[in-house]
Design a protein around this ligand. Structure first.
Ligand SMILES: CC(C)(COP(=O)(O)OP(=O)(O)OC[C@H]1O[C@@H](n2cnc3c(N)ncnc32)[C@H](O)[C@@H]1OP(=O)(O)O)[C@@H](O)C(=O)NCCC(=O)NCCS
Length: 211
């Protein structure tokens, strides 16, 4: 709904028609929070890793920020990361594997080749020691809508959905260099988790966290 030039920005459940907007938000925020357009073989590459499998496998856990014209942010994820990895291998990977073949030759890999390995091995998203934090999440808001409280509201919505599904706690892995995102999670009350992956930081929260 529009009122003069003021748009009502609202959070609502994801609908299949939102898919292209979610992909757009994803690629525009996929370079440690910055714009990743033009960095990979196709701008769908990062969304095919970090948005598509969730929209396809657990659409009921996806929520979007709608400014009245389009989707400008989202939160999405998986209620049970181990189950999601198995479903990813069975039902998502077959849809995209041909588009992103694994590197075969020797020598150092490009960033896209490294991430392609993750795509082909969804089980690598299951980290020992995180059994008490079965869910995980991804959240992104376009720059022009950041800093207005929408990220907090999206996390609140996501935690409520997990609580309703009986999930006790959630984790996320973030690029350590993304210090603005770290400040956001710290402010909301997430805590650091003991997972060691170079370049990444893992954070967690109980789903009854009040944000
Ligand atoms: C990280 C992100 C989701 C946060 O969403 P947001 O809408 O900008 O955050 P909010 O406005 O809801 O902020 C919530 C609180 O965190 C604080 N916060 C947010 N970003 C902050 C920053 N860079 N530094 C310090 N505090 C910050 C806010 O001040 C606010 O605290 P307050 O309510 O007590 O004032 C959003 O900025 C984003 O999408 N960034 C780019 C993509 C990204 O990095 N995603 C996360 C990948 S792990």
């Amino acid at each position: 709904m529009r009122c003069g030039t003021l748009a009502l920005v609202q959070i609502r459940a994801y609908r299949p028609a939102d898919r292209d907007d979610v992909y757009d938000v994803c690629v525009r925020t996929a370079d440690a929070g910055g714009d990743a357009r033009g960095q990979y073989s196709t701008d769908d590459f990062m969304p095919d890793l970090f948005a598509g499998p969730y929209l396809h496998l657990e659409p009921e856990l996806a929520f979007v920020l709608d400014d009245g014209d389009r989707v400008v942010g989202y939160v999405l994820g998986a209620a049970d990361t181990a189950r999601w990895a198995a479903e990813h291998r069975a039902r998502w990977l077959p849809l995209v594997a041909d588009r992103y073949p694994r590197a075969t030759g020797p020598g150092p890999r490009t960033p896209q080749e490294d991430l392609t390995e993750l795509l082909h091995h969804p089980e690598r998203n299951v980290h020992p020691g995180l059994e008490a934090y079965p869910a995980h999440l991804h959240i992104d808001v376009l720059p022009e809508h950041q800093g207005a409280g929408h990220g907090r509201a999206l996390i609140r919505t996501y935690l409520a959905a997990l609580r309703a599904a009986g999930v006790p706690a959630v984790h996320l892995g973030m690029v350590t260099a993304n210090t603005p995102a770290r400040a956001f999670y710290d402010r909301l009350g997430f805590h650091e988790l003991p997972v060691r992956v170079p370049g990444l930081t893992f954070l967690g929260a109980r789903t009854d966290l009040v944000v």
